[in-house]
Design a protein around this ligand. Structure first.
Ligand code: ADP
Length: 597
């Protein structure tokens, strides 16, 4: 029936025969016309294949169109699977013949050696499958009979055909097969060529499909990656916004707290410019935060005040915590005593980025201290005269010139004398300290020989040493210094007296002096007495500080001696400190500048 239809269609499509003998014969004309039609159809098929992105659809179009073009009974595409078996994956077949589509073929039907031949580009055209030279395997003959195959044309579909790689690397992907089922058919070159070209088109489509698939995979992966990046970006934005909001909140809280405090709080950067300041700046200096933000210290505080700050600021910017007292001028031009603390701000690499500045008003404290000092000075001064006469009266009584006292009476007199002596010492010490601190006395510096000072101090302390059975030793040194000799001798005698007081009998107290290259003269008073606990080594220089509060009673001290010593040494631009080992002894050292320094 199909053949009939086919021959009918050939007849209906026949063109009128040419009259002239120079013109092609009817048969030739028919063939030419058919070839033209095929070329046209082939172009259409190629276009259809190229327009389609769906590989399955391409295969379907190919078999349908090839069947139509070749007027074959069956056209199919056979895919060779990696395990050597195969399957018909697309088919166009006339209804009267059995379908091969989706049938799976064992390896024997299409053995590996055949596959290799086809991979090399072999085309097989068999006009009559039953002819003796057809050379088909038994297995294939059985299959051929089953599906009414009389003639077959097989062209390979190769993979990698459109790549620039060599043909040997082409792989056999499948076969494009055409069948004639009603009778043998002599395949003409044109049919072979057409089949081959269409198989090539399939190869191209296959490569494109694979490329597309690959692209789709890449696109899918990239899309997933982009989505992920997008998600994490959004997350980061949210986190950042939250962090910024938290930062803003904590900054507001900080501002709220610092604004409520009656002290100046600021952050100053390493260029000495304000980066933060609280409201107190406005209240104290009458400058708005806008005026202060970004301004440098000098412009905010004025040249005079800045000069008093400068060394401390520089020290803070070197990474030191600094505390000092200063006098500033408030907005109403009133002076104000302040205590200033700078705390350096270091970054991760330990570099100073700036410092926090805390400034508190200590005018009231200073005023109270002044009042207290003045009060003590007045009281001490007023006490000194009656005390001196009391002391003299007691001394006269002790001589017995005014009458003899009983033994008990004499003991009472000694206690009264001792206590009065301590009281006189205390009053004298308080007055000394007050005079030095207030600047009432100026150090009268003169060139003095160190050994002369040492001898003077040792001689003065000799009676006390003998009384305590302590030996005084020294090594005089012949250098000159510029000092107030009275005050330096006072400091030396005070330190020697402490050393004697806290030594047991038969011990030696050493007074030594060294002249240092670094422009200093070092005085040292060394004893082998009871020693001082390490946590007291600094505090004993404070007023009325004693290691043991009973020391004042037992040893007759006032707790002011070391404070006076420190004041005297500081007035001479020197330093004083103590070192000690409990139970082994103590060394008190002070430095004074050398004359020729
Ligand atoms: P004081 O009049 O009490 O000696 P100081 O200011 O001179 O007052 O000394 C304060 C305290 O330091 C003393 O009370 C004592 O506890 C301690 N101290 C000073 N010198 C010595 C020393 N050489 N050995 C042990 N303790 C000492």
């Amino acid at each position: 029936m199909s053949k009939r239809k086919r021959s009918d269609s050939r007849q209906t499509n026949q063109q009128p025969s040419p009259k002239s003998s120079s013109k092609p014969s009817l048969q030739e004309h028919d063939e030419l016309w058919r070839q033209r039609q095929w070329v046209k159809l082939f172009a259409e098929v190629t276009l259809k294949i190229r327009q389609s992105l769906q590989f399955k659809e391409i295969l379907r179009t190919t078999v349908t169109e090839v069947q139509r073009l070749l007027q074959a009974d069956r056209v199919l595409i056979y895919q060779v699977l990696p395990n050597g078996t195969g399957r018909a994956i697309s088919e166009a077949v006339l209804p009267e013949y059995p379908q091969i589509l989706d049938l799976e073929f064992p390896e024997e039907v299409f053995p590996t050696e055949y596959q290799q031949l086809y991979a090399g580009g072999r085309v097989r055209a068999i006009a009559d499958v039953h002819a003796t030279d057809a050379g088909l395997s038994d297995c294939l003959v059985e299959f051929i009979n089953q599906f009414d195959i009389k003639a077959k044309l097989i062209v390979p579909i190769l993979q990698g055909l459109n790549s620039h790689e060599s043909a040997t690397q082409n792989q056999l992907w499948g076969l494009l097969i055409a069948h004639h089922c009603d009778r043998p058919h002599q395949w003409v070159d044109f049919e072979l060529e057409l089949m081959q070209q269409l198989a090539d088109q399939i190869s191209i489509a296959l490569a494109q499909a694979q490329l597309l698939e690959h692209l789709e995979e890449i696109v899918e992966v990239r899309t997933a990656e982009l989505q992920e990046v997008n998600r994490s970006l959004q997350q980061e934005i949210i986190d950042r916004m939250q962090a910024e909001a938290a930062l803003r909140r904590s900054e507001e809280q900080l501002r709220l707290i610092t604004n409520a405090l009656p002290v100046l709080i600021a952050y100053v950067d390493d260029r000495q410019c304000y980066r933060f300041n609280n409201k107190a700046y406005e209240d104290w200096l009458g400058k708005s935060p806008v005026d202060i933000y970004g301004s440098d210290l000098q412009s905010v505080w004025g040249t005079d005040c800045y000069q008093r700050m400068q060394t401390h600021v520089e020290s803070a910017l070197l990474g030191h915590i600094v505390t000092y007292e200063n006098e500033i001028t408030l907005k109403d031009s009133l002076p104000c005593c302040v205590n200033v603390t700078y705390i350096p701000h270091l970054d991760d690499r330990k570099e100073v980025k700036g410092f926090f500045a805390l400034t508190s008003d200590i005018s009231d404290r200073k005023a109270i201290e002044r009042m207290k000092d003045e009060f003590i000075a007045v009281v001490s001064h007023e006490l000194r005269t009656p005390l001196t006469s009391l002391h003299s009266a007691l001394k006269i009584l002790a001589t017995g010139r005014l009458g003899t006292l009983s033994i008990d009476g004499q003991q009472m007199l000694e206690i009264a004398d001792d206590s009065t002596e301590r009281l006189v010492r205390l009053v004298n010490n308080v007055l000394d300290l007050q005079r030095i601190e207030s600047g009432e006395v100026k150090m009268e510096k003169q060139v003095c020989n160190v050994s002369a000072l040492m001898i003077q101090a040792i001689e003065a302390m000799q009676p006390m040493a003998q009384q305590h059975e302590v030996v005084l030793a020294m090594k005089p040194i012949d250098i000159e210094i510029l000092v107030d000799s009275d005050y330096i001798v006072q400091a030396l005698t005070n330190l020697i007296s402490n050393a004697i007081k806290f030594s047991s009998p038969d011990r030696t107290v050493w007074l030594t002096v060294e002249s240092h290259k670094n422009a200093e003269v070092l005085f040292q008073i060394r004893d082998r007495g009871q020693g001082i606990p390490s946590d007291k080594l600094e505090s004993i220089f404070e007023r009325f500080q004693q290691v043991d509060s009973s020391d004042s009673r037992r040893k007759g001290g006032t707790g002011l001696g070391l404070t006076i010593c420190r004041k005297i040494i500081e007035q001479h631009e020197g330093r004083i400190w103590a070192e000690s080992t409990l139970g082994k002894g103590s060394t008190f050292s002070f430095t004074l500048p050398r004359l020729n320094a």
